[in-house]
Structures are given as C-alpha cells and as structure tokens.
Design a protein around this ligand. Sequence first.
Ligand code: HPA
Ligand code: ZN
Length: 321
Amino acid sequence: MAAPIPKAELHLHIEGTLEPELAFTLAERNGLTLPFASQDDLRAAYSFQDLQSFLNLYYALMTVLRTEDDFADLADAYLARAREQGVRHAEIFFDPQAHTARGVAVGTVIRGLARALDAAQDKYGITTRLIMCFLRDESADSALRTFEEARPHLQRITAVGLDSAEVGNPPAKFREVFELAREAGLKRVAHAGEEGPPAGVWEALDVLGVDRVDHGVRSMEDPELVARLAADRVPLTVCPLSNLRLRVVDRLADHPLPAMLDAGLMVTVNSDDPSYFGGYAEDNFTAVREALGLDEETLRTLARNSFRASFLDETTREAYL
Ligand code: HPA
Ligand code: ZN
C-alpha cells in the first residue's frame, strides 16, 4: 500500500472491528463455544442480503466480549490497524445495550475501551473520542435507562448516536434521551438514510438535533433535503464498502458519493464495520478511487472533510489540516 492519506475515521463501530481470529481467542479465554468450526467457517458467513442479516451475525459474535480486558484488546487491535491505514483521529461508536443485555455492565465496556483509547495517542499517534449509540430497535425506555447507567462515565463520552435496524424505527422515538444528552453537553449523531427513507434524515436533524448524519446516502432522493444539508454544512459519514456489502448499492460504481460531492455536501468516507465489510479506512478510500475514478484532489478533500467534521476542538482540528 502506498503511504495512506492522513484522515479521521468518524463512523466506526468498535464491535464491527472484531476479526475472526480475536473472536476465537476471546471465546476460548471466556470458555465459550462459537457456532463456527473455524475462522474460515466464520468468514464464509460474511455474506449479507441487507442490514438485518449483518446485524444478526454482528450481535451473535460480539457475545465473546465479556471483560474489561476483552474490550481493551478489541479497541487496541482496531487502533493498531487504523494507524496502518493513515487514521490520525478516530471517533468510535459502541453499543452498550448489546452488552448490558448480556449482563456486562456499561462501566466494564467503557473502562475497557477507554484504557485502549487513552494509550493510543502515545502508542499509535491517534487521538480518539467515544460515541455511545442507542439501539433503535430497542425501546425509548431502554435507551433512557442506558443513559442513566452511563451517567457516571459521561466525562469519557463525546456524543450519543443511534444505530441498528433503521426501517420501522424512525428517530423521533429517541427525542427524550437525545435531549438529556444535549443537556449533559454531549454532541449528537444518528444513522439515517442508509436503508431508511429521507424522512428519517429530516427527523434526525429536526427532532434529535444531530450534528452529523451517519450514512445519509438516501438523502439524495430528496432535493430539498440535499439543499438543507448543503446549506447547513451537515457532515455525512458515508461508508462505501458497507453500502456495497449490505446491498444499499448493487455496485460500487453506482455509489452516490460523486453526486453527493457535486451537490456540495460535506461528505466523509469511513469503514463502519471493517471486519465484516472487507476493508478499513484506507481500503475504503482505495475502493472509491478505483470504482468511481476519484482524483487525488477529491481524495484530499474527503480527508480534509473528515477532520473538519470531527468533534475535535478548533485548534487541534486546524493542526491536522
Ligand atoms: N447500520 C446500522 N446499525 C449498525 C451498523 C450500520 O451500518 N453497523 C453496526 N450497527
Ligand atoms: Zn454504522
């Protein structure tokens, strides 16, 4: 790989970085048996029809994560790979409810992740932030309980997010917990317009007050929405290889990324769940360069956007540009 372009990663689910090798290691360490005979057997299951078929495997495999050490090892493994891929700053999602539902305390998750993130600046030269996501296919009450459980750890958390099954679970259900997050001084993001319609993006903006939209590719179906996103410079964290593997697009060559850039949108390129979707940050840059014929200047714009759209303070952000 040629020297990768320095970039920020703004859409990355830490549980989606769980590689088969680490999954088997953690299963053994925790005395668990995975329903796969080998790493190759597991990889063979990485063929998805849609978001839900991916989520089923994603939630099943993350059950190997039990202890603080497990979460620290997971995050450290990601950060080591991110460094090789030119990532200088990472804003990392985690799904507390996917762990608390299995009896793992939210403090265990956050302390484990924070240990690896705290070490990352010295070890890998990567600055980090944590984004706590609520599962949109769980209830509003569950999100509120999760937020209260995490309250003692909020100094570790920069933003709240919203992820999991989008269709049939529009953002407005989470108005209250997002309002609590705002009052606590947290930034807000939400997955919208991945599989779901542009209406979900409007709701994320107008009801949840999000600072960024995760995915947002289906915004392109609504010219008024595109005008709003462009006028307000709302960042969109696009994930090309994810969109391909979850069949949001049939071919990477059909991806709306160039049209989004032409429309004046603040687009960034990210890896989403790289272990499952076949590529980390630079792999996504390479994939869009090759499939969409993006030139060097456009790739540099995407990388610059990633720092501009980050939650770094102004001075640190400028230092990266
Ligand atoms: N979409 C929604 N939820 C998710 C995703 C995604 O791409 N990855 C992990 N949880
Ligand atoms: Zn995502």
